[in-house]
Design a protein around this ligand. Sequence first.
Ligand SMILES: Cc1cc2nc3c(=O)[nH]c(=O)nc-3n(C[C@H](O)[C@H](O)[C@H](O)COP(=O)(O)O)c2cc1C
Length: 218
Amino acid sequence: MLNLTPEQLLTTSRSARKRFDFQRPVDLEVIRECIESALSTPSNLPLPTWQFVVITDPDKKDKFAQLYRRAWDNHYRNLPNSIYTYTPDNEEARLTQQQLIESLEYLRDHLQQMPVLVIPCYAGRVDSSSNMNTLMTSPYGASLPAVWNFIQAARSRGLECAWTTSHLFLEQEAARLLKIPYEKMTQCCLLPLAYPIGVEFKTTSRKNIDEVIHLNGW
Ligand SMILES: Cc1cc2nc3c(=O)[nH]c(=O)nc-3n(C[C@H](O)[C@H](O)[C@H](O)COP(=O)(O)O)c2cc1C
């Protein structure tokens, strides 16, 4: 376990994709501990229906990485609000965009080299009939707290992790590859995991707090 305070853990969750150590193996027991931690998160059901697909087989990872790249190039890249289509309004934002694209593409190109890929799933399919449904009973509202616990448990054990979603453009094909029952289970994201090269934890850069806080009303 790393010696990080809760505050350090929560403010340094950058996706440091270029620091993944592809050579160092990740013990399955560590992944089991992270899933244990995920299971103790708030839940909308007494017995939550989360499932975690853990991929370590090189051939499966290779096929999955090909799928991820196809999803990225054929779908994500063309989205109206993707990082490629966003137009920065100053030089600093343009540099940030450039760095982020390089980092995202690095992961896209090296996904098969990650020691472990984890896909958290939730029983049911998305039903967006109402906002309440989406937040309370949808696969995302009910399972993303568990995903976040999993990520922080992994980070506190020294693992680096990136939150990704691009393969979901081809979710059905990924389900066939991994024998996930698509009609019954929603894949929430893909979490590639590896130990980092070096132990430098940088804080994330986000908006200034005064731009997002609304005291006693908007
Ligand atoms: C809902 C969601 C979807 C994301 N999808 C991807 C993805 O498909 N691929 C990827 O490399 N990162 C993905 N990310 C990670 C963000 O892109 C990441 O947080 C962003 O690069 C900002 O960088 P930072 O967190 O290191 O500051 C996703 C994050 C969230 C919350």
